[in-house]
Design a protein around this ligand. Structure first.
Ligand SMILES: Nc1nc2c(c(=O)[nH]1)N(C=O)[C@@H](CNc1ccc(C(=O)N[C@@H](CCC(=O)O)C(=O)O)cc1)CN2
Ligand SMILES: Nc1ncnc2c1ncn2[C@@H]1O[C@H](COP(=O)(O)OP(=O)(O)OP(=O)(O)O)[C@@H](O)[C@H]1O
Length: 188
């Protein structure tokens, strides 16, 4: 019998490979801002986005549209794995640095923001809106810390699986946006 941790690791490997093939095949549309989410955005709404790593779905066009509606954009900032991730303001064109996961992030003196909406990278999701991430728990801890934020996964549609293995600390997302549109369970 495989442990839950082994099961998650196997699923991560499988989805990384599937996702690579899907993106390499090309022809993918931008992921647009769904109307249901657009209604949640007003002047000053803070949206945490992320800069995609290879083959991850890009929340950039969606965040850009939110900016046109008056939103402020923040990006994850990682100091060390032991320190909870924070969200720092970032405007396209602002300087970035590279963190220990080789991901670009704002400079440390950028303003720290409290997100209203957290656009979340993920490896797999299911129709209960459970999420499998990279396994370091950064987003699980951010969800616990920013309990009022709307949690929206951003992914390619092929990252949906029948059932994500869940553990006690895994809290479901409120919605997932893919190139095929928005999935949610309750009204946003
Ligand atoms: N774009 C993006 N930014 C993000 C995350 C993310 O998943 N995606 N994170 C989410 O927590 C945080 C960074 N955490 C990370 C945790 C683990 C790995 C990691 O294990 N990377 C693999 C390589 C993955 C690949 O090649 O596809 C590795 O190092 O082996 C990366 C980031 C914050 N910023
Ligand atoms: N609220 C929390 N507070 C403290 N630690 C947490 C919390 N949630 C999760 N963790 C820790 O984070 C680790 C990774 O959890 P998990 O495998 O579920 O990550 P993930 O959701 O797949 O990845 P990520 O959130 O990094 O994208 C676990 O060891 C867990 O103990």
């Amino acid at each position: 019998m495989k442990s839950l941790a082994e099961e998650k690791q196997a699923l991560r490997r499988e989805i990384r490979s599937l996702r690579r093939g899907f993106v390499m095949a090309g022809g993918l549309p931008d992921i647009a801002l769904p109307a249901l989410l657009e209604r949640r955005i007003a002047k000053g709404t803070v949206i945490a986005a992320y800069l995609p790593m290879r083959f991850e779905a890009d929340p950039g066009p969606l965040a850009q549209r939110a900016r046109e509606l008056g939103a402020r954009i923040a990006l994850p900032y990682i100091e060390t794995p032991a320190v909870p991730m924070r969200f720092l303001e970032w405007t396209p064109g602002d300087e970035t640095e590279v963190n220990n996961h080789a991901i670009r992030q704002p400079l440390r003196h950028a303003e720290e923001l409290v997100p209203d909406i957290i656009l979340t990278p993920l490896l797999a999701f299911d129709d209960a809106l459970h999420r499998l991430g990279q396994g370091r728990g950064y987003y699980d801890r951010a969800f616990a810390h920013f309990g009022n934020a709307l949690r929206v996964g951003v992914a390619w549609s092929i990252q949906e699986v029948p059932a994500v293995p869940v553990e006690s600390w895994d809290e479901p997302l409120d919605a997932v946006v893919t190139e095929r549109g928005l999935f949610s369970k309750a009204a946003l």
